[in-house]
Structure formats: C-alpha cells, structure tokens
Design a protein around this ligand. Structure first.
Ligand SMILES: Nc1nc2c(c(=O)[nH]1)N[C@H]1C(S)=C(S)[C@@H](COP(=O)(O)O)O[C@H]1N2
Ligand SMILES: [Mo]
Length: 411
C-alpha cells in the first residue's frame, strides 16, 4: 500500500478536526470548550448555549409523559420568545391521545389522495417533493389554549400556540392533479397513528391555502410535529392540522371522526363546530411569574395573531382596560401568523394591570371575557373557574404589583 496515500487518508479521517482545534488553541492559549464537548451535540447538529434554559412544560392539567410514557400537551415558553418564529424544538405538541409518536421511515411513506376524484393517486415523499414547493409562516393553535385563573405564566395561559415556517406542496395543486368531481364539499384527512387524528375541512379551504407540508423552519418536520408529512390548515384550529398525514378523502359530506369529540355539543353555551381562530394577542413581557427589577423604562412586548388573516392593529392598556394606546408592530406581518408587537413603557412603581387587544384585517376585535359571556347570555363571571368554552381568544390581563412582581390578573 502506498504509505503516502494511507497517511493522507488518516489525516482526512481525524486530522481536519484536530487541525481546527489546534488553530483555536494557539489563538487563545487554552483548551476551548469545543474540545471537551461532543462532536454530535455542538458541531454536527448545533446545540444552544448552556446558559439558555428555556423549555417546554406539560399543561397543568395533565403530566407528560404520563405513567405509560405517552406525551400529552406540552407548552411553548412564550415568555422567552423573541421575534415570531418558534424554534422547532420548542413548538408546542398537541396531545397524541393514547398513541406514541409514529416512527415513519420517509422511504416507506405514502400519501393517498382519493374519494370523489377522477384519478386517485398515491404519492411517495420523493414524488411530493417534485411538485413546486411553497414556504409560508403560520401559527398553529390548539383549541385547548385557554387561560385559567390557576395559570401562573403566559406559557400556561397561552403556550398551546407556536409559529413556524412551513414548506410543502399546496393541497390545491394535488387536488387538481387527481381531479375533484362535481358535488364535492368536504375533504377528510387521516393520520398514521392508532386514533388517526382525522378531521374534515371544507373543500373551499382545501383549495384555498392548505399545505401538505414536509418542512418546518428549514428542515424536515420534527417527529412530534408530524414527520415526515403533515397538513397545514392556516388559521383553523390546531386539530385540523393532521400530523403523520396518511390519506385524504374527497367527499360530499362531513365525516364524523374521533376528532369531533368535544367539538360538537348540544349545549347552546358551547360553540359548535368552530374552525377559524378569532383575533388574539397576549403580552409576553411583563407576564406572570416575571419581575420588574425597579421603576423605569421597559419594552412591553407580545404576540398577536388571527385565523381571519393579517393582524391590522394591536392596542395596549396599562390601566386595566380604561385607556388604550396603539402598539408598534415590530417586524413583518404575515397572514395567519404570530405578529410581534411592542411599546415603550415607563413604570412608575404603581400597581397596574397590563393587557393587549388585537384587531385583524377583517376588522374583528379581540373580546374580553365579559363580552363573550354577554354573547352567550351567561353571567359575566361564568368563565372564571373553567375558562371560556370553545375557542378562547379573550384578553389575558397581567397585574404588576408594587414590588414589580407580575401575576395572572384572572386569579
Ligand atoms: N395525526 C394526528 N394529527 C394531529 C393530532 C393528533 O393527535 N394526531 N393532534 C392535533 C391537535 S389537537 C393539534 S392542536 C395539532 C398540534 O400540532 P403540533 O403538535 O405540531 O403542535 O395537531 C393536530 N394534528
Ligand atoms: Mo388540539
């Protein structure tokens, strides 16, 4: 064997990393942390700084993972968020309802599109990727995202929403490919796990802006968020965003599925068969569990979004809703996406209640709980103990105490 070649190979195998470390070493005169950390954690797939400790936590109501090792809802730490994108590793996870996360080999993956169509088709992941892709920023929000008095932080009141850049094929393109027949009004989607996570969306929505998505924030979907393919139904309740998407059936009727449990109710005080989120917002700073170190100037900031389209305006009140000021929109506004807002604020050390209110492009205005109670003709404090029924887009107030501690003002 040519010894020159062999040593060259040896250099390529171990030498490149050693050479890089050597360069850093000679610059600082010390062994940097890079040498000690594992190649996998810090180099091959980047880890965040060990000073950053923000994590998802389970909903108060249910531990996760439970005694069977199953995952229920885990919440996004909105209090630590900046900008509008939720890192994939901190995206909230909706309940898997009795199933473990399916382990789907992308090479074995198939997506069936059938029903009242001219040419039913089955796609591999590779075939889906041959269609022109689109990337769009959208929030997902679970219907269970409702603030309760016992919630201490914004993660607990509102952490069942996250926002990602999703990449995939427009569902409309695939529907044109199979040829939708006359009389079709609904499209039913089904996931790969035991309980299937099935749901029905109107054909008009399916043809409008839905995505058959395989990308999340520049990489493949995370397993807990639907790897390798999920449905994105912008602005609709989270439950319609079927993960581990296995098939979609084009139909002339609404299909009752497992997912309709809890969505259709004969109680007139409960919204029946809701789809689209109303305008919603929440202040993430200052929010419950945080503490202002003293009087002075701060940035009140938060997130606003709406299932009805783009956020047009966000207002902030620092006096419990008596007066309101327009917040600044800080960054880009995307339709059906989290939108960052903020305002300079001088805190004089007084006790006060801060809250935000979103108006969307349709002119819809985020309501208070008292306003929702009025619509459903129940007493103003009806929602106090168990939260708003149906989708809750009501205003979340935070109380700042004189020592700067911040509390849930619903409590
Ligand atoms: N297949 C399948 N899809 C599903 C679910 C499910 O349990 N199974 N949960 C739904 C619910 S209730 C919500 S809120 C969203 C949450 O998406 P995420 O877990 O990516 O945040 O996924 C939806 N898609
Ligand atoms: Mo959900």
């Amino acid at each position: 064997m040519d010894s020159k070649k062999a040593s060259r190979r040896k250099f390529l195998k171990g030498g490149a990393a050693a050479a890089a470390v050597g360069a850093i070493q000679s610059a600082s005169g010390q062994t940097p942390a890079l040498v000690k950390s594992s190649l996998k954690d810090e180099v091959a797939y980047g880890e965040r700084s060990h000073y950053v400790t923000s994590v998802r936590v389970p909903v108060l109501e249910r531990p996760s993972p439970d005694e069977f090792g199953l995952t229920f809802h885990v919440l996004t730490p909105l209090q630590d968020s900046v900008g509008i994108i939720t890192p994939s590793s901190l995206h909230f996870v909706g309940t898997h309802r009795g199933a473990i996360v399916p382990d789907i080999d992308p090479r074995e993956y198939r997506f069936l599109l059938h029903g009242m169509v001219d040419r039913p088709l089955e796609f591999t992941l590779e075939e889906l990727k041959r269609f022109p892709s689109v990337s769009r920023i959208h929030f997902i929000e679970c219907l269970g995202n409702r603030a309760k008095p016992e919630h201490k932080t914004v993660q607990q009141t509102t952490g069942l929403t996250s926002c990602s850049e999703w990449t995939g094929v427009p569902l409309s393109l695939l529907l044109k490919e199979v040829g939708v027949q006359k009389g079709v009004s609904w499209v039913v989607s089904e996931g790969s796990e035991e309980v299937k996570g099935a749901g029905s969306i109107p054909l008009a929505k399916a043809m409008d802006d839905c995505l058959v998505a395989y990308g999340q924030n520049g990489e493949p979907l995370r397993p807990q968020n639907g790897f390798p393919v999920r449905l994105i139904v912008p602005g609709f309740e989270g439950i319609y965003n079927t993960k581990w998407l296995r098939r979609m059936k084009v139909a002339d009727r609404y299909y009752m599925t497992y997912n309709d449990y809890g969505h259709i109710s004969n109680d007139p005080k409960v919204a029946a068969l809701t789809f689209q989120w109303g305008p919603k917002s929440v202040i993430t700073f200052p929010s419950g569990g945080q503490k202002l170190p003293g009087r002075g100037v701060y940035q009140i900031t938060g997130l606003a979004w709406s299932g009805g389209g783009a956020v047009r305006k966000v207002e902030i009140s620092t006096d419990g809703g008596h007066t309101w000021k327009d917040a600044e929109i800080r960054g880009e506004v995307h339709r059906m996406a989290h939108t960052r807002f903020g305002m300079n604020w001088k805190w004089e050390g007084q006790e006060c209640v801060v809250m935000s209110r979103c108006t969307d492009e349709l002119g819809q205005v985020q309501p208070t709980r008292a306003q929702v109670a009025k619509v459903f003709n129940v007493p103003p404090d009806y929602y106090h103990n168990h939260g708003v029924q149906g989708s809750d887009n009501t205003i979340v107030p935070w109380r700042v105490a004189t020592d700067g501690s911040v509390y849930n003002a619903l409590a």
